[in-house]
Write a protein that binds this ligand. Sequence first.
Ligand code: N7H
Length: 472
Amino acid sequence: PLDLENIQGDILSGLPKKTQFYIFFDVTDTKKFREDLNKFIPLIKTVEGVLKDRDAIKDHKKKKLPGLVHIVGVNIAFSHKGFVKLGIDDTTLGGVEDPFVIGQKQDAITNLGDPKKADGNPDWDSHFLQEIHGVILISGESHGSIRKTKYEIEHIFGVHSPHASIKEIVTLQGDVRPGDESGHEHFGFLDGISNPVVNGFDTVINPGPKTVDPGVVVTGHTGDITQRADWATDGSFLVFRYLFQHVPEFNDFLKKNPIAKDGDGKVLTPEEGSDLLGARMVGRWKSGAPIDITPFKDDPALGTDPKRNNDFAFAGEISSQLRCPFAAHVRKTNPRDDLEVPPPPTPPIAIEGRRIMRRGVQFGPEVTREEAHTAKTQHGRGLLFACYQTSIVNGFQFLQQSWANNEKFPPFTGRPEAPGLDPLIGQGDRAMSGLDPLNEQTVIGMPAFIIPRGGEYFFSPSLKGLKSTIAS
Ligand code: N7H
């Protein structure tokens, strides 16, 4: 069984958040850090702690009490360089060729396809070109409470004293978008709908993709393919990506390339045609409604209904882009029946081990009137993308490299046209077929709307692992 008091909260249940800090740090005094860590550990929110917070939030709503429940959640994770600095043997986390060991800066060039500069480095924010030893996550219901917790943590590690054990490299702040856009990412699409449902943990199982073994997300359990040291069980690899989104440019692209007719031959207004184009790039309408279920007309009630909004599999559509383009973002990143029920004689390919637990949060301001008017981004905004898995090779890295960046994926389409790149996260010459439902072979190119500007691979250890092996 899963020990919910031993697993950090963000992994299985997601830290409840309106706002969040990601504090990237270096260890400057190893001995003192390992001592200070003992004082930090009690602040960590476990899965059990998150479940209790959820109950408190529900109770607060039920009693119709005013304001928000005061909730703060702290987690910590380390990079391979961090473990090396601390003198911790992390060999059971990955061999020399594992992306965790290589680090994301190198992987961005070798495998992820991030744009690079003349000096050979990825074109990233300079903070992420430095060595990063770890990251501390603080989530909460208000800026006041996460700021207060940040001071507390800085105090523990002596940050403002002459005896600091860590140095902050950079702190990124994420914020859920305001009002009705809460839950929607910056392009306007409802996010956080489809995450793996974990056997032995989740109690509510809505219709959707197959459930996954706990070891897909938590180390040392059924489904984790690697033998781990004791201290390295009940943890998870955290992939962080600093992704900027060019929202005014994205909106302008939709506006300039409206789809003329829907798949039934109905003539669309320019606005309807632009909405359909966006929905076909993502695979869902902004409301969250999957286009595989409702291809040509949005259905907002479906979008937010957890019993129906993930209940699709591209079934019977392997040779067709009529309802959903092969390269639509959600089809690229979770191809469902495209691999699991391919046309005979192709054997089914299991994708359970490719699922990732996504925990991102938006950053940056809303689009200003000036930006909307000029269709040019002037203020940085996007997604602090985060996901958990027990294998970066099988999870995030595979999705990015072998699926999103691969124009021939999914493979068994039986059609002359290639699917093309993922129009949002694909790296390379972005172009895809299938956007126009009546002209599936037409290929449309698009600029980069999502720009990677940093990231690192981390491991989020168990509470026991932190106490027994990392702290001293
Ligand atoms: Fe993606 N977006 O707004 O377009 N994503 N994504 N993603 N994504 C999803 O189903 C988005 C990114 C996955 O199970 C939705 O919950 C944006 C990366 C996976 O059906 C939307 C960014 C990777 C899924 C977006 C971004 C993925 C998914 C639909 C960056 C991995 C679930 C909501 C700024 C390499 C697929 C939902 C499934 C869904 C968007 C990044 C992967 C709307 C804006 C880097 C696995």
